[in-house]
Structure formats: C-alpha cells, structure tokens
Design a protein around this ligand. Structure first.
Ligand SMILES: Nc1ncnc2c1ncn2[C@@H]1O[C@H](COP(=O)(O)OP(=O)(O)OP(=O)(O)O)[C@@H](O)[C@H]1O
Ligand SMILES: [Mg+2]
Length: 377
C-alpha cells in the first residue's frame, strides 16, 4: 500500500496542513521537539492501533498551553492506494473518543480501520521489546496478528475477558469452596480460547523467525546470528502441536496449578504468560546484547514483521522508522536503506545528511510543527 496524502487538523503540535509523500523513502528531519514523531504517529493511528507512545486519545488534540487543556477535536485524513484502488480514510478524535470514515462510510470507532491501512513502526520505545519482560514481546506478536486478522483481535479479547472471570472466581473460591464445582466450565472455555491464541502465535513466529534471521545476518554482515522462538507458557508435548494438543496441555496445566491459583487468586499459566525467546549468538539478547545489537535485533524483527505482513496479506505495509539511525554503524545503516528499497518508508532523523537518498526520495523539514517538502533528484 502507498500513502498519497496526509492531512492533519488540530493534531499535536503539527500546523494544520497536508503532506504528499513519495512512494519510496521519505526523510523527515529537523531539530528535537519539532514534530517529527508526531507526524509518524498521525500515520500510525490509521492502522486502528493505539499511539505507539502509549498516549491517551485525549492527549492527541492540540494542547492549549494557557488553559492547560487539550482542544476537544483533532482530525486526520489519509488518501492511499491499496487493493488496486485509491481509498480515503478519516480519523476523528473528539472528547477522547475516536470515530472514522472509510471511503465515505461512517464508522463509530477508530478500530474499524484495522486491516485497511497496514504499517510497521519502529521507535526508540520498541527497544524495550528486547530489554523488558515478556508482555512487550506478546504485544509485538499480537499487534501484527491483529492487523492481519481482525478475528484474532476478537479471540484475544474474549480470552482476556474469560481470564478475568476465571480469576474473579478463583478469589471467590477461597472464601466459598463450594464454588469450585463451577470452575470446570471456565477452564474448558479458557483452554479452548487459549489454544486458538497459541496456534496463531506459533504459526506467526514460524513465518517470522527465518526472516528475522536473514535480516539480522544482513545487518551484521554475517558476523552474528539471532534466533527467535515462540515460548508458550503451557508447553504441549510436541513443538508442532495441534489445536487439540494445545487445549489438552493447557487444561492439564490449569488442573496442576489449581491449588496455588486459588491461593493467589490468579491464573498462573496460559497464553497471557507466553514469551518470545531472543538469542544473539546463542546467548540472551536481553541480558548480554550491546545497544547496537539490541537495536539491530528489534529492527530485524520489525522489518521481518513488514515482510511477513506483506507475504500473508499480499500487500507491503508502510514502514515508519523513528530515530532508527543513531547507534547503528555505517554498514548497518547502509544495509537498512538497501533493504527498504522498493517500499514506502517514513524515516525521521535530526540532520538531512543522515539518510542519503537515491532516485525515489523526498525530504521534509519539520520546524515548530510546520512540515516543508524539499524535492530532490
Ligand atoms: N497535544 C499536543 N499539543 C501541542 N503540542 C504537543 C502535543 N503533544 C506533543 N506536543 C509537542 O510536540 C513537540 C514535538 O514532539 P515530537 O515528539 O514530534 O518531536 P520530535 O521532532 O520527534 O523530536 P525528537 O527529535 O526529540 O524526537 C513537543 O515539544 C511536544 O511538547
Ligand atoms: Mg521524535
């Protein structure tokens, strides 16, 4: 897919206006705090996902510094080419709630945009993917799967709801032991839903892992290796497990941990405890990786995500790279730009020389929220 026009009105510090990117690499440069990341964020919101910086919707409309409050409304419009035709999406943020319009059809939610606009984002926050605990890595898997399959998003939220209900029941059982009889219904439901989540995550990692390896080897000039593996909290006896095998394994584990779960009032096993294992040269990337290695690892995962999304959906997502170049040596930077050839990319940096552009490139200079195009080549 290709973005042809982005319009922002009342969004963050960006001056109201429009932007016409090129089909190749779009470099967005400027000093700190000018609005570069805000611009990427505006594009990202069309995926239907939440702000990648963890901002609340109410914080997105322009802030009135004197009043100390955000304006009630911001609106974004996107013209893009996808599925063989030009399309239009509008995203409105009003009083902290999102609504959208897709090709003239009004939708009550922003998440109605999921699957229409696909994007992969890398921002400095994503380094936490390697550095922090498992929840970020589950989020990485689920974010991609939700963009690919709206049905997965629904299944995951049903699983999470069921999990909350089971946890509430566990707490009640410690006071009213007779309630234990009702637990089995919830266990069966949780195991079925959870097995579905596990299968989707496993299949996705199977597709992702070889791509991450190939890209990481490219980035490190073949000097280092990475391995990525799905590490489910409940381990079925075989790696290539079926839905039924996952369900059985999960159910068995729920039974085994029941006593301690009742004591803690929390379900201690299941997909909500899954992880993704990341090793560089056979040792933990989280514990031993250098800054540059960790950045390269996350980058490889993000670029592999873009390839996998393209492979499954048949259309390449746009690639949003926020401040990716720092900490990468010249050869890693060169690899990155070559690898992105033929894709629509939005890349932010502080100085325009950071990214050397080839034939299909455009530069935008951001100063105090004003985005100025500079055509080249
Ligand atoms: N809702 C808002 N209304 C007005 N201004 C905002 C709002 N949200 C953020 N800003 C301001 O936008 C400015 C630019 O933020 P942004 O993160 O896009 O900068 P940047 O160009 O990416 O900088 P850096 O190079 O440091 O990453 C910040 O100074 C911030 O205070
Ligand atoms: Mg920034």
């Amino acid at each position: 897919m290709v973005v042809q026009r982005l319009e922002t009105l009342g969004f963050r510090n960006l001056k109201d206006g429009e932007l016409f990117p090129c089909e190749g690499v779009n470099v967005i440069y400027g000093d700190n705090a000018q609005g570069k990341t805000n611009l990427l964020e505006a594009l990202w919101l069309f995926t239907g996902g939440h702000s990648f910086r963890g901002a609340k919707d109410g914080e997105l409309p322009r802030l009135d510094r004197e009043k100390g409050e955000n304006a009630p409304i911001a609106s974004l419009a996107l013209d893009f080419f996808s599925e063989g035709r030009p399309q239009k999406a509008v995203l409105q943020i009003e009083n902290g709630r999102r609504s959208s319009v897709i090709n003239g059809v009004k939708k009550k939610t922003g998440s109605a945009l999921v699957g229409k606009v696909r994007a992969v984002i890398f921002s400095p926050e994503h380094l936490l993917l390697v550095k922090e605990g498992p929840s970020r890595r589950r989020g990485f898997l689920d974010g991609a799967l939700c963009q690919l399959k709206p049905a997965f998003a629904r299944a995951l939220s049903t699983y999470n709801r069921t999990l909350l209900q089971r946890n509430a029941l566990l707490k009640d059982i410690s006071r009213f032991p007779e309630l234990q009889d009702t637990l089995e219904v919830w266990d069966l439901r949780l195991a079925k839903l959870g097995a579905g989540v596990m299968i989707e995550r496993r299949d996705y990692v199977d597709k992702l892992a070889p791509r991450v390896q190939a890209i990481y080897e490219g980035i490190s000039k073949g000097k280092e290796t990475i391995s990525v593996g799905y590490s489910p909290s409940v381990k079925p006896s075989v790696e290539n497990f079926s839905l039924l095998e996952a369900e059985e394994a999960f159910l068995k584990e729920l039974k085994r941990t029941l006593r301690s779960d009742i004591r803690s009032g929390f379900t201690s096993c299941g997909p909500h405890r899954d992880d993704l294992e990341l090793e560089l040269d056979q040792i933990s990337a989280r514990i031993y990786g250098s800054q540059g290695q960790q950045r390269s690892a996350v980058l490889a995962m993000k670029l592999a995500e873009a390839e996998t999304l393209a492979g499954i959906s048949g259309e390449a997502p746009i690639v949003l790279l926020d401040d990716v170049m720092s900490e990468l040596d010249q050869s890693r930077q060169d690899y990155l730009l070559n690898h992105l050839h033929g894709r629509q990319v939005f890349i932010t940096c502080c100085s325009p020389e950071t990214v050397s552009l080839q034939e299909t490139g455009k530069r935008f200079h951001v100063v105090a929220g004003c985005v100025q195009p500079e055509e080249i080549g």
